[in-house]
Design a binder for this molecule. Structure first.
Ligand code: NAD
Length: 429
């Protein structure tokens, strides 16, 4: 098949590389000139494990361009992977989707299956269909399909090849798109969930909302555990063995972040409100998440006297391990808020970079040892494998103080304490 993927971000590039690997000819379009230049020079603008290799392997089946011109004509499938950020009130800003509709409407002259992978609120795909009709695209030349994406940054390629489901939302009278999508994904043996356009959109939001709920739930439980000197890791283990609950997403920590959960929970909240439904759970989930970092800054203040004159090594900037993505990263927010105390922060991350808006008392170091050197406290903000594998005797020698703050509950407490360091976790008594 000849496919146009619009948007060369985390979802678009992964989709393009995977579809090329499945044997399709893929044109990846992005309005960001710099990204396209990089891709055409053999560079990959984001870090995602295995992505660079998959793009290189399939370079002959992939093209990268700024405009649909010259590509849309031959494509039978168009996949929309542009960003869907939030407005100030939390509702979804569809400006990028809107500009894709404009780009497509003036160029469609043969039949296209238009697939939306971007996360969009219920009703959006129906709206895309109507907008294209209003802009003069004849109904026999296109159909619109919702195919929300469930990949996780850090394991995106694996997740796309081994998706636990492929969700397809169709218009009621659409008899042909399902077979087009099945042909496109042939080679991936995941079960299909076929539903309406609105149904597919809701599955995506409900999934993210449920996962975020699990995170806020365990973080609230961690607060109670702490008060009763109980280790929340034991509680999570006990909870997770119940097959009705499951062990995933029950790790207490700094809270959820990233480019999806925060915006999608807010968007679902606004979607509910637009129909006069009070989103009680969604609000509580956000309240817990929004206050999680404050708890750990307060705890740090209690642990370290004279915080403004201390040096803190913050390990982790990305919102989770194995990605360079810092969008709504709790680690980055922690650094920003902690920096207001005036202390010196030496931040380190294997892949992510601090943005330029940080203060002069925040310095990004290029190695973990440089960050730890002379630190009063080491604060684990992202659970990268590199941090779990640290040699704690060496860490102790490099540090000035002895406090290891494991804000991701990812370290082996005994190993840390055996080296004479003082371990503090999240809800671990
Ligand atoms: P991203 O910001 O990394 O990439 C979006 C890309 O779209 C950018 O490169 C941007 O330049 C490009 N773009 C915007 N408007 C364009 C236009 N009119 N024409 C061409 N290119 C355009 O975003 P992402 O993380 O890949 O997410 C994309 C969508 O997928 C969002 O709706 C997101 O919620 C959803 N999603 C993301 C993930 C994830 O883990 N990142 C997972 C599942 C779903």
């Amino acid at each position: 098949m000849n496919i146009c993927v619009i948007g060369a971000g985390y979802v678009g590039l992964t989709t393009a590389a995977v579809l090329a690997e499945l044997g399709h000819e893929v044109n990846c379009i992005d309005q960001d000139k710099h990204k396209i230049e990089m891709l055409n020079n053999g560079e990959v603008p984001i870090y995602e494990p295995g992505l660079k290799e998959l793009i290189y392997k399939n370079y002959n089946y992939l093209t990268f361009a700024e405009s649909l011109d010259g590509y849309i004509k031959r494509a039978s499938v168009v996949i929309i992977c542009v960003g869907t950020p939030s407005w100030e009130d939390g509702s979804t800003n569809l400006c990028y989707i809107n500009s894709v509709i404009d780009d497509l409407s003036s160029r469609i002259n043969s039949y296209k299956t238009i697939i939306t992978k971007s996360t969009v609120p219920p009703g959006t795909n129906e709206w895309i269909y109507t907008k294209l009709l209003e802009k003069g695209v004849p109904p026999h030349l296109f159909n619109v399909v919702s195919n929300p994406e469930f990949l996780r940054e850090g394991s995106a390629i694996h997740d796309m090849f081994h998706a636990d489901k492929i969700v397809i939302g169709l218009r009621p009278d659409d008899q042909q798109s399902l077979s087009v999508v099945q042909e496109m994904y042939s080679g991936i043996s995941s079960p299909y969930i076929v539903t309406s356009l609105n149904g597919a959109e809701m599955i995506k939001y409900a999934s993210n909302a449920f996962l975020a709920t699990k995170i806020s739930f365990i973080n609230e439980i961690a607060r109670i555990c702490e008060a009763f000197h109980v280790d929340v890791s034991d509680v999570a283990k006990g909870l997770g063995l119940d097959p009705r609950i499951g062990p995933q997403f029950l790790q207490a920590g700094l809270g959820y972040g990233g480019s999806c959960f925060p915006k999608d929970i807010k968007s679902l909240e606004q979607t509910a409100l637009s129909k006069n439904i009070q989103p009680h759970i969604l609000r509580a989930v956000q309240t817990v998440n929004d206050t999680q970092i404050d708890i750990y800054i307060r705890k740090l203040r209690l642990t370290l006297d004279d915080l403004p004159n201390r040096k803190i090594a913050v390990l982790g900037i990305a919102f989770k391990p194995n990605t360079d993505d810092t969008r709504y990263s709790p680690a980055e927010r922690f650094i920003r808020e902690l920096s207001e105390s005036g202390c010196i922060i030496h931040a380190y991350d294997p892949k992510a970079k601090l943005d330029d808006h940080h203060r002069p008392n925040v310095i990004q170091k290029t190695t973990v040892n440089e960050a730890i050197h002379e630190a009063d406290c080491v604060f684990i903000a992202t659970d990268w494998e590199e941090f779990k594998q640290l040699n704690w005797s060496e860490v102790k020698q490099l540090m000035k103080g002895t406090i290891i703050f494991d804000a991701r509950n990812c370290l082996n407490r005994e190993k840390v304490e055996q080296c004479g360091l003082h371990y503090i976790g999240v809800g671990r008594g």
